[in-house]
Design a protein around this ligand. Sequence first.
Ligand code: GLN
Length: 246
Amino acid sequence: MNKLKILHLYPDLLNLYGDRGNIVCLVKRLEWRGMEAEVVKYTRNNTEPPNLSDADIVFIGGGSDRDQKIACRSLLKCKRELKNYVEDGGVTVAVCGGYQLLGKYYRLGDETIEGLDILDIYTERGENRLVGNVVLKSDIVPGKIVGFENHGGRTYIGSHTPLGKVIYGFGNDDSSGYEGVAYKNVIATYLHGPLLPKNPLLCDYVLTNAIKRKDPNFSCLPPLDDAMESAANKYIADRFKYKWRT
Ligand code: GLN
């Protein structure tokens, strides 16, 4: 198989809480299996739109409202290309601010940031920030997904399928009990921390979808020794067990 191309959108603007670690994790878990990845960073200095035609994974992280606004304004220029990429099964991981900007809009009081309208969701800023560790149960991977959230926005996902059910933490809007969105090959979530190193099975789910899209005959990734990663994931999940919502 050729190298997987990972397109990292705005690492210069949207990189809170080590979101960049998600890229490192994707690359390393491929390398450990003898596969290669090429990471293309698309920053605010790029003048041409990002090239999605040969992208295998698009990653977009989270940032402050200010930086998010700059990134979003620029991405609106290639809204159609991004939507087509997603509809065509393009693998995408969008974290926090990146998650919000896939929706219709992010309303902050009097101001509204227009989103890419790729997901039928919208976000409104609440009075306080939702901050802390999160534990989810998801149909996508066995065990628990863990992470850290810090967002002022509340995201309303309508009829979309959530990434998971919140068993500890706030999630999309602090009341629905759900977190993130899983749509086609898109994983959109509030979980920073970063997401993929803390949840290696989710990382492999993303990689598998990307490889399958390139090579439909591909079946599964060889397993890795994840004893350490699994122990870390379980440690965080169990730390909040006494407060889990069942
Ligand atoms: N600026 C957005 C919010 O506060 C996203 C923050 C983030 O990416 N952590 O809701």
